[in-house]
Ligand binder design. Structure first.
Ligand SMILES: [Zn+2]
Ligand SMILES: [Zn+2]
Length: 179
């Protein structure tokens, strides 16, 4: 299934392209899209964070043939969690990933940060397509909150998750041309 990564104005150049080219099977990335949005008025003023669902709602809601992921540097939260690196409602075909907490102590665009972003995007894509968390530690759908937990899992899906994902993708309608 095709993926559209939507980056916002604060994205390091080429981040989306590098992440898109490293996504695990069975995803294919379209040309990343870029949007300019002023997040300041959208931030929760007491926490100076963006509620993750507000970001997801900026993505198209009517595209069953693709999955859309917003990539941002702004810090996200999702009640009751104080912060999240990513979110994607199950089967919604859209989600959001923030690298705000993925690159602490790392230089921008370091290979480790790219790897973490790829894993987060692959994880949220799994949810967006219909997968839930996986008990297998050796699977990108294994739940993880902290960067060092993300580092322990691969960017790929375990066999049962991959089989479910392929079934979900096969059941999706074929892509239609968008203007
Ligand atoms: Zn998850
Ligand atoms: Zn799995």
């Amino acid at each position: 299934m095709n993926v559209v990564l939507v980056v916002f104005q604060d994205a390091p150049p080429d981040l989306a392209r590098r992440v898109a080219s490293a996504l695990p099977f069975p995803w294919h990335a379209d040309e990343p899209a870029r949007r300019v949005v002023d997040f300041k008025p959208l931030l929760d003023q007491s926490r100076l964070q963006l509620e993750a669902t507000r970001l997801v709602e900026m993505l198209p809601a009517d595209d069953p043939a693709r999955c859309w992921i917003a990539l941002v540097g702004v810090d996200l939260f999702l009640q009751p969690l104080a912060w999240v690196c990513g979110v994607a409602p199950v089967s919604s075909h859209r989600g959001a990933v923030s690298w705000a907490r993925l690159g602490e102590g790392l230089s921008a665009m370091s290979p480790l940060m790219i790897e973490r972003v790829v894993k987060e995007v692959a994880h949220e894509l799994g949810h967006a397509a219909g997968l839930v968390h996986c008990p297998v530690p050796d699977c990108v759908m294994h739940a993880s909150l902290y960067p060092d937990e993300i580092d322990l899992k691969p960017a790929s899906y375990c066999k049962p998750c991959l089989a479910s994902l392929q079934q979900l993708i096969a059941a999706a309608p074929p892509p239609h041309d968008r203007p």
